[in-house]
Design a protein around this ligand. Structure first.
Ligand SMILES: NC(=O)C1=CN([C@@H]2O[C@H](COP(=O)(O)OP(=O)(O)OC[C@H]3O[C@@H](n4cnc5c(N)ncnc54)[C@H](O)[C@@H]3O)[C@@H](O)[C@H]2O)C=CC1
Ligand SMILES: O=C(O)CCC(=O)C(=O)O
Length: 447
C-alpha cells in the first residue's frame, strides 16, 4: 500500500467512529473518499482545511416529532428530519421524502450526495435533504394534507428562500408541495420561494415536474455522443414507475429509443417492441390513483412479469430510477451477461458498491446520479431565480436552459474523468464537485 492509499485507508477506518452504523451514509462517503482523498492529501490548502472530514459531518441534523389526526380522529405520530449538510456555496437545497424506510442514515446519505450534485450544476445551491417515515399509501388526501401541515409547523422556523429550500422526492410531488407551501406561507406571513416544485398558479416553474427524467436523457445523449453514437434505436430498460422513471421513459421514447420496461417492487412491465407514450401515461395515471401496474391495457403489447427486474432484459442501456441500492451485484452480472454498454442513474445511489465494481471491471460506462439526475435540482434553482425576479420563463425556455445545464455539467464531469480513451464518470463527478466545494471551504476559513 503506498502513502496515498494509507491515508485514504486511515480516513475510512476512522469514519465509523463518528458515523456509527449508518451504513448507507458510510457507503456514500466511502465512494467519494476513494476518489478525492488522494487529491486532497496532495493539495496543501485542501489538506490543511480537512475538506472531506468537514463535508462528512452535516452542519446540523434537525429531528422532530410530527403529530396529526387521521380521518377516524385517531392521533398519529411520525418521525421527521431535515439534514442541512452544507451551505458553503448556497442556501441548503434538497428534497423531502415520505416513506416508511426513511431514517437519519438515509437522509444523511442523500444530503451528502446533494452537496456534490448541487455543486455540479454550477448554480449557487447548498445541500440538504429531509423527510419522514410517514407512509402515504392508503391515506386520504385530507390525511396527507393534515400530515404536511403538521410537518411544516415543525420545519417552518428552519427554512426560507435564502436559508433552506426543500422540494419533492419519493412520494412528495406537486400536491404535497402545495400543502407544505400553504402551511409555510401561513406560518411566515410571507409569499416567498421557501420551497420549489410549486404549482404553476403560485410561483412554480414550467418543466420542474419533467426535469429530472428529461435531464437524465439529455445527459445520456451527451455520453453517447462522446462515442459518436446517439439514442435512436437503442433498447433501454428503466426501473421505477414514478416521476423520474416515467419522464425519462417519455423523453427517451420521443428521441427514438425503444423503452422496454418500467417497474415497481412487485415486478416489471415489459414491452419488447417499446412502450408508447400512451402506455407510459397510463403508468403515471395508475400511480397517481394509487393503483398497481400489473394489468396493462389490452392492445398495449405489455406483459407484467411478477417478481421480475428490468435488468434481466436484453438491452443496450440501463436506467435505474426507483431508489437507493435497488441494483445489486447479482443484477449487475445480468447487465454484463446481456452486454449492456451504458448505465446512468436516475435514482440517488441505486447501485450497491459491488454492483459498481462489477460494471467497472467489465468496462461498462456508468454515470452516478449526482451527475445524471441533477436536472431536477437545476430546474429548482431556476424556479428560485424566477420567483425572486417575479418573472417566469416559458416551458421552451426552461427546457433549453435544462439542456444547456446538463451539457455543461457533462462537459465538466467528462473533463475530470477522462482516463486515456475512456471516461470514469464516477470519479469525474466526485472530483469536479469536490473542487468547487473545497475552494469555497478554503476561501471561507475555519468556521
Ligand atoms: N423527483 C426528483 O426530482 C428527483 C428524484 N430523484 C431520485 O429518484 C428516485 C425516484 O424518485 P421519484 O421518481 O421522484 O419518486 P416517486 O415518488 O415519483 O416514485 C417513487 C418510485 O420509487 C419506487 N420505490 C420507492 N421505494 C422503493 C423501494 N423500497 N424499492 C423499490 N422501489 C421503490 C416506486 O415504485 C416508484 O417508482 C429516488 O431515488 C429519488 O431520490 C433524484 C433527483 C431528483
Ligand atoms: O429540487 C430539489 O431541490 C431537490 C431534488 C432532489 O431531491 C434530488 O436531486 O435528489
Amino acid at each position: 500500500m503506498n502513502r496515498r492509499d494509507a491515508l485514504t485507508h486511515a480516513f475510512l477506518s476512522d469514519l465509523p467512529n463518528y458515523v456509527g452504523s449508518q451504513n448507507t451514509f458510510l457507503q456514500a462517503v466511502e465512494d467519494v473518499a476513494n476518489d478525492v482523498l488522494p487529491v486532497e492529501k496532495n493539495d496543501p490548502a485542501y489538506a490543511a482545511a480537512k475538506v472531506l472530514r468537514r463535508l462528512a459531518e452535516p452542519d446540523r441534523v434537525l429531528s422532530f416529532r410530527v403529530t396529526w389526526e387521521d380521518d377516524d380522529g385517531e392521533v398519529q405520530t411520525n418521525r421527521a428530519w431535515r439534514v442541512q449538510a452544507s451551505n458553503v456555496i448556497g442556501p441548503y437545497k434538497g428534497g423531502l421524502r415520505f416513506h416508511p424506510t426513511v431514517n437519519e442514515d438515509i437522509l444523511k446519505f442523500l444530503a451528502f450526495e446533494q452537496c456534490f450534485k448541487n455543486a455540479l450544476t454550477g448554480l449557487p445551491l447548498g445541500g440538504a435533504k429531509g423527510g419522514s417515515d410517514f407512509d402515504p399509501k392508503g391515506r386520504s388526501k385530507r390525511e396527507v394534507m393534515r400530515f404536511c401541515q403538521a410537518l411544516m409547523r415543525e420545519l417552518a422556523p428552519f427554512i426560507g428562500p435564502d436559508r433552506d429550500v426543500p422540494a419533492g422526492d419519493i412520494n412528495v410531488g406537486t400536491e404535497e408541495i402545495g400543502y407544505l407551501f400553504g402551511a409555510w406561507r401561513k406560518h411566515a406571513e410571507l409569499f416567498e420561494g421557501a420551497l420549489t416544485g410549486k404549482g404553476l398558479s403560485y410561483g412554480g416553474s414550467e418543466m420542474r415536474v419533467e426535469a429530472t427524467g428529461f435531464g437524465l436523457i439529455y445527459f445520456v445523449e451527451c455520453m453517447l455522443s462522446e462515442r459518436g453514437d446517439d439514442i435512436a434505436g437503442k433498447r433501454v430498460a428503466i426501473s421505477g414507475k414514478g416521476n423520474v422513471a416515467t419522464h425519462a421513459a417519455l423523453k427517451a421514447a420521443e428521441r427514438g429509443a425503444v423503452v422496454v420496461s418500467l417497474s415497481d417492487t412487485s415486478g416489471t412491465l415489459h414491452v419488447a417492441d417499446g412502450m408508447s407514450a400512451d402506455l407510459i401515461q397510463w403508468v403515471q395515471a395508475q400511480k397517481a390513483a394509487g393503483k398497481d401496474i400489473d394489468t396493462p391495457p389490452s392492445g398495449s403489447g405489455a406483459t407484467f412479469n411478477a417478481g421480475g427486474v428490468p435488468w434481466e432484459l436484453d438491452v443496450d442501456i440501463a436506467l435505474p430510477c426507483a431508489t437507493q441500492n435497488e441494483l445489486t451485484g447479482d443484477m449487475a452480472k445480468m447487465l454484463v451477461d446481456n452486454s449492456v454498454s451504458l448505465v446512468a442513474e436516475g435514482a440517488n445511489m441505486p447501485l450497491t458498491s459491488d454492483a459498481v465494481d462489477i460494471l467497472r471491471r467489465n468496462d461498462i460506462t456508468h454515470a452516478p446520479g449526482k451527475a445524471s439526475n441533477a436536472g431536477g435540482v437545476a430546474v429548482s434553482g431556476l424556479e428560485m431565480s424566477q420567483m425572486s425576479h417575479r418573472r417566469f420563463m416559458s416551458a421552451e425556455e426552461v427546457d433549453a436552459e435544462l439542456k444547456g445545464i446538463m451539457q455543461d455539467l457533462h462537459g465538466r464531469v467528462a473533463d475530470e474523468g477522462r482516463d486515456g480513451g475512456r471516461i470514469d464518470y464516477a470519479r469525474g463527478a466526485n472530483m469536479a464537485a469536490y473542487r468547487r466545494l473545497a475552494d469555497a471551504i478554503v476561501a471561507q476559513g475555519i468556521i
